[in-house]
Structure formats: C-alpha cells, structure tokens
Design a protein around this ligand. Structure first.
Ligand code: HEM
Length: 173
C-alpha cells in the first residue's frame, strides 16, 4: 500500500489524539516502535492492515466511527494539503466520483506492486449512485467515511450508506 495512507494515520493520531497512542498502536501491531511510514514508499498490506486494526483498538472506536474520523482527516486535512490538484480538477462530488479510479491509479503508479482499490459506479438515477468497492484489504468502512467527508469538502449535503458487504449507496442533492 502507498505509504501516504499510513503517514496520514500517524499524523491523525498524533495531532488529534496523543503521540503515545501511535507508539502503542505500533506495539499492538507487533511492529518496532521506531517504524516510520514514508509517503512515497510502499508499505506491505499486511503491515498497513495490522496498523489500522490496532489503531481502532487503541482508540476504542468501532470500524464505522474510525472510518468517519480517518476519512474526514484524510479528505479535509491531509489530501486537501498534499493532493489538492485532484480536488481542484473537480467541482462536485459527482465529478470527483467520475475520477476516483484514475486518481488511485495515478498515485499508485510509481509503486512496484500496484493494488489500488477499484470502484464500480452505477447511477440508479442522476442523484443516486451505487458504488461497488473491490479491494483485498477490506476497508469498506474507510470508503464510507471518505465519501461522507467528500460531501463536506464540496459543501454538498450527501447521504452515504453501506448497503451490503461491498456496496455503498450515495444520495446526492
Ligand atoms: C484526493 C483524494 C484522494 C486521494 C489523493 C486518495 C489516495 C489514496 C491512496 C494513495 C491510497 C492508497 C492506495 C494503495 O496503495 O493501493 C488510497 C486508498 C484508499 N482510498 Fe483513496 N484517495 C482519495 C480519495 C478517496 C475517496 C473519496 C474514497 C472513497 C471511496 C477513497 C477510497 C479509498 C480506500 C477505501 C482506500 C483504502 C485502500 C483499499 O481499500 O484497498 N479515496 N487512497
């Protein structure tokens, strides 16, 4: 997995919670406390998954709530600063959704093992999207949180629901 995801996780824990929680999350995950994620480097999926699970445990959150907190931090703080060009090239949630696979492919293109999540979007009507999430990582709860945060980024009142293990329904207004 692209290192930025875990750089953001660390930044969120340190800035919104406590620095010691990051160390404890590393310990829970069975990693060296000196482990330092680097943005453009690959992190083994197994390590990223362990770290996210141990963070959820350490912060005493359920997966849904973690997805919302992390999703909001990623969209409205981390990616807003580091990847603003992707947001600027779209004017709405709908436009962004049309670019979502291209964005993930572009960012991960320099990794030796590329395995970005893939989203298949079908429109039930112009305001309702069904998004199918495909990834071996099982982070659909994060996808839900990221989509909710995307609505706040574009100041749109959207509703986002997980409707089955791999599908999300988004109502745009
Ligand atoms: C400018 C905004 C965004 C950027 C720059 C971005 C970038 C990234 C990057 C670099 C990764 C790691 C991928 C890998 O290594 O394979 C990632 C993962 C992920 N992204 Fe995004 N992303 C953005 C917005 C979104 C949005 C709006 C969603 C909502 C569906 C989303 C869903 C996910 C999920 C679920 C993952 C976890 C990886 C997985 O499940 O396989 N991202 N993103």
């Amino acid at each position: 997995m692209h290192g930025s995801f875990i750089v953001c996780l660390k930044e969120m824990i340190v800035s919104k919670f406590e620095e010691s929680f990051w160390i404890e999350a590393l310990e829970y995950a069975g990693l060296e406390t000196t482990f330092r994620p680097i943005s453009n480097q690959e992190i083994a999926d197994e390590t990223a998954i362990k770290l996210i699970k141990s963070t959820i445990k350490k912060l005493n959150l359920d997966e849904r709530r973690f997805g919302e907190i992390f999703g909001n931090y990623w969209i409205n703080e981390f990616a807003r600063q580091k990847y603003f060009a992707f947001f600027d090239s779209c004017k709405s949630v709908k436009e962004f959704l049309g670019q979502i696979n291209i964005i993930h492919q572009k960012i991960t293109s320099n990794l030796s093992k590329q395995n970005p999540p893939i989203f298949t979007i079908s429109w039930e009507n112009p305001g309702t999207a069904i998004i199918e999430y495909k990834s071996s990582r099982g982070f659909i709860h994060i996808a839900v949180g990221l989509l909710k945060a995307l609505g706040s980024y574009y100041y749109e009142e959207i509703s986002v629901y997980r409707i089955d293990p791999n599908k999300i329904k988004v109502f745009l207004k």
